[in-house]
Design a binder for this molecule. Structure first.
Ligand code: ZN
Ligand code: ZN
Length: 370
């Protein structure tokens, strides 16, 4: 591996004080000119030139590397790239990588503007979803309800229309990528250096950045705003259900769509009912005489109304009456049941008259009592 001193300025044919734009233009012209496919008669030489052009460009387009090169005549511990001293296979691999880069550059030369727009679209990102939890009553859950909510979200900046650019300020070449829209990175391997390329994250691959950032959103394209809206909870929504409101979230990036507003519906506990899965349990205590003789009781329903429930004569303590489909809503619109749990109260004390009646009754039935 011999150390080579190459004059990168000479290779690109630019003056020592060339601007980044001049370097970029020269590079694009030269890689096109020296692409080995265009030189089938002296391919080896073209490959060599092609590599040199690549190498020169990588150094000169990067202000730090360029400064180092100007000062020391080379960058890093070794020349940026050297001859691979192994067999052809490796070189073919490296060259294939060059070719990918080359094809993209050619694309950019001929279709620069379209390709930039295309990359900008690829950079566009949907805004974040916003999560919001609403608490509703049991009857709201079953009947549906409209709830006013208030939250903060990012909206598209009205001053710049989401571009982040101060209106009428114009664009300049991206300082990070030198206007190419791409960042080149060298990766060292045992054999030499690979060059990898990725979209510039500063300019999103456009190669341009605004001269002036929007004075309202400071370039983000989004502004924080308080939003008031009414959320419609449909009837028979399950506790814990999530409702997605498209476009209710944060504004997108670089022209991307708004995120969603995701509403989680939680039911407030209702002291009248106990939950048992999708069933609700309603506890009621009746008098022992009602249990013996039968009665009709009023049972509250979770949706807010009441219903009359017939307790037949001879109802045993802890009998459970099942009201079908009067429990909690569940998936697919089915509702659980309402279980009416009947407790029977035995009086702790009796009046003298009551006691007399019951003693007579016991005597008639031959039941020994105290
Ligand atoms: Zn703005
Ligand atoms: Zn850039």
């Amino acid at each position: 591996m011999k150390r080579e001193r190459k004059d990168y300025y000479e290779i690109l044919g630019v003056p020592r004080n060339a601007t980044q734009e001049e370097i970029r233009r020269a590079y694009k012209r030269l890689v096109k000119e020296w692409h080995p496919d265009r030189h089938p008669e002296n391919r080896k030489e073209a490959e060599q030139r092609f590599k040199e052009i690549q190498e020169a460009y990588e150094v000169l387009i990067d202000p730090q590397k360029r400064a180092m090169y100007d000062r020391f005549g080379y960058v890093g511990e070794q020349p940026i790239r050297h001859e691979a001293e192994t067999g052809g296979g490796f070189f073919e691999d490296v060259f294939r990588e060059f070719e990918n880069i080359f094809n993209r550059d050619i694309f950019d030369v001929f279709f620069g503007e379209e390709s930039r727009q295309r990359e900008r679209r690829e950079y566009a990102r949907k805004g974040e979803d916003i999560h919001y939890t609403v608490e509703v009553s049991l009857s709201d859950l079953i009947n549906g309800v409209e709830i006013p909510i208030e939250y903060e979200r990012y909206e598209t900046c009205p001053r710049c229309g989401g571009t982040g650019v101060e209106p009428n300020s114009g664009y300049i070449d991206c300082p990070r990528c030198g206007g190419t829209g791409r960042i080149r990175e060298e990766r060292r391997s045992f054999f030499g250096y690979f060059v990898s390329e990725r979209t510039c994250d500063e300019c999103g691959g456009t190669g341009k950045v605004p001269r002036d950032l929007c004075h309202e959103c400071r370039g983000s394209g989004r502004v924080l705003r308080k939003v008031r809206r009414t959320v419609k909870i449909p009837p028979n929504v399950e506790d814990g259900a999530r409702l997605r409101i498209p476009g209710g979230g944060n504004a997108g990036y670089y022209g991307g769509p708004y995120g969603d507003l995701v509403i989680t519906v939680r039911v407030r506990p209702d002291s009248r009912f106990r939950k048992s899965g999708k069933d609700l349990v309603y506890d009621i205590t009746i008098d022992y005489l009602q249990a013996i003789l039968g009665t009709t009781i009023e049972v509250p329903l979770p949706e807010g109304r009441t219903t009359m429930l017939k307790i037949p004569p001879g109802t045993q303590p802890e009998t459970v009456f099942r009201l079908k489909g009067k429990g909690l809503p569940s998936e697919y619109g089915r509702r659980g049941d309402l279980l009416v749990n009947v407790h029977v109260e035995i009086p702790k004390s009796l009046s003298r008259e009551e006691r007399k009646i019951l003693e007579d009754l016991a005597k008639k039935r031959g039941i020994p009592v105290a």
